[in-house]
Design a binder for this molecule. Structure first.
Ligand SMILES: NC(=O)NCCC(=O)O
Ligand SMILES: [Zn+2]
Ligand SMILES: [Zn+2]
Length: 492
């Protein structure tokens, strides 16, 4: 039996425009969108959602999450069911998580393991795969992942020395391979050697608490790595995507390259837009440790630059790097900040934080909000217009957004599987009234309706449209040999 649902009377917002229209969903897909003047009739038996006074938008896409990640001697507390449910409560309907093989672990083995863990997801999901080491099998597995498993993005950690860090040789090999495949290279840009050296220096100077964390990862460390990754990508003729751009130094590297015409994409986390580094000087150890993530929170003036970067299009996507560790896990580093598991919560609050601090303060229009929370990620990771749009035929991943709903963010009421929130006490206006995942109502009236295993893996083909432009650019920059008549030995 086909399932019909009519969303009536709302203002549809896409990355292109805003207009009054009704929207009909049949069998999980958007089946019709009305004109502004003529609404749609509800088919017999259809559920009707009254969206009067609300915005109807593509569900959020969080392109950077880590559910149940094994990391720094523990495992992230949020699993794929709780995490995607919390996402739905916040209006996010797709997460792109990361398969992160241990050094020497075959990429395909790690991928299979992560696919198994993710089967309980309640919203749609996909995977970037990290390249943490290199040999011919990695080269081959990248090809198999791209051709047979819908993986079009590979991640590179330039930090976490002694664990998952890539050196320049791995970057060059992997970027070259991604170029052959038409896949996108993504990078965590921090100079891991410098972080390592600074960590020892700070610790030996007697700073053992969470305040040591930002001291060991200053903005220069991120700026250097961002610039290096961008320049390696430029020389190899591949697009590159920087995850969690947190500071002016990295933003400047992105901006310079984009102004030179290089195809560089960059993401900013909602939390880096609104939280500053004063959190590490909290006298309460737990509260300070709760904020330990990499890159760390920055001095306040970086936030203005990041907002400007987002509004001007230098930064295209917003994410959360949702990677939850509860207080007892954070306490693994009670006597040594280097052992505090890195990561913070946020998947449930990204949309509200962006709406409240972005749209309500005039930094973003509603259409720009849709672009940076959904559509741009769909385009960059090549699932547009199936995701990130309200086009007829698209998956009905939709959020009906109540711009007037007020709430105070708190761990006492959130749906994330973590015992604190980095946004504790933040008052925000704007929240989902309904969230739909492929046409199923998964959140309404403040209640979650998610079911384990209803999320689907989303294949992401290689050769996103920007690859055609990249190839032309590479063609134009191709080296040519000079034809010469060589002098004969007698002439010499
Ligand atoms: N960001 C963070 O602190 N933890 C998750 C791993 C990463 O993305 O670097
Ligand atoms: Zn990272
Ligand atoms: Zn991450």
């Amino acid at each position: 039996m086909s399932k019909h649902l009519l969303i009536r009377g709302g203002t549809l917002v896409t990355a292109d425009d805003e207009r009054r229209a009704d929207l009909l969903v049949i069998d999980g897909k958007i089946a019709a969108v009305s004109t502004a003047d003529e609404g749609l009739d509800a088919p017999a038996g259809a559920r009707v959602i009254d969206a009067g006074g609300a915005y109807v938008m593509p569900g959020g896409i969080d392109p950077h999450t880590h559910m149940e990640l094994p990391f720094m001697g523990t495992v992230a507390s949020e699993d794929f069911f709780t995490g995607t449910s919390a996402a739905a409560a916040g209006g996010t309907t797709m997460a792109i998580d990361f398969v992160i093989p241990s050094p020497k672990e075959p990429l395909l083995d790690a991928y299979t393991k992560w696919r198994g863990w993710a089967e309980k997801a309640a919203c749609d999901y996909s995977f970037h795969v990290a390249v943490t080491w290199w040999d011919e099998s990695v080269h081959a597995d990248m090809g198999t992942l791209a051709a047979e498993h819908g993986v079009n993005s590979f991640k590179h950690f330039m930090a976490y020395k002694g664990a998952i860090m890539c050196d320049d040789e791995v970057l060059v090999n992997s970027f070259t391979r991604a170029g052959e495949l038409g896949a996108l290279c993504t990078v965590h840009a921090e100079n891991g050697e410098l972080v390592w050296a600074l960590q020892q220096r700070v610790f030996e100077a007697g700073i053992t608490g969470p305040e040591g964390h930002p001291r060991s990862r200053p903005p220069e460390v991120e700026g250097e790595a961002a610039n290096r990754a961008i320049r390696i990508a430029e020389v190899l003729g591949v697009p590159v995507y920087l995850v969690h751009t947190s500071c002016i130094d990295a933003l400047e590297a992105v901006t310079r390259a984009r102004l030179e015409g290089q195809r560089v994409f960059a993401e900013v986390l909602a939390q880096h837009l609104v939280i500053d580094d004063s959190v590490y000087r909290d006298r309460d150890w737990d509260r300070a440790a709760h904020h330990v993530m990499s890159p760390p929170f920055r001095p306040k003036h970086h936030q203005d630059a990041l907002w400007a970067g987002l509004a001007s299009g230098m930064l295209q996507t917003t994410a959360t790097d949702h990677c939850c560790f509860c207080t007892p896990q954070k306490r693994m580093g009670l006597d040594d900040f280097r052992k505090i598991p890195n990561g913070t919560n946020g998947i449930e609050d990204r949309m509200a934080v962006l709406w409240h601090h972005g749209v309500r303060s005039g930094k973003l229009t509603p259409s720009e909000f849709v672009a940076v929370t959904s559509t741009n990620a769909a385009k960059i990771f090549n699932v547009y217009p199936r995701k990130g749009s309200l086009a007829v035929g698209a998956d009905a991943d939709i959020v009906v957004w109540d711009p007037k709903r007020e709430r105070t963010i708190s761990a006492a009421t959130h749906n994330q599987n973590i015992d604190f929130s980095i946004y504790e006490g933040m008052e925000v206006i704007g929240a989902p009234a309904y969230t739909l995942s492929r046409g199923r109502v998964v959140y309404e009236d403040g209640q979650l309706k998610t079911e384990k295993g209803t999320g689907r893996y989303v294949d992401r083909p290689c050769h996103a449209p920007y690859w055609a432009a990249q190839r032309l650019r590479n063609e134009g920059a191709k080296a040519t040999a000079v034809e010469r008549t060589l002098p004969t030995p007698e002439e010499g």
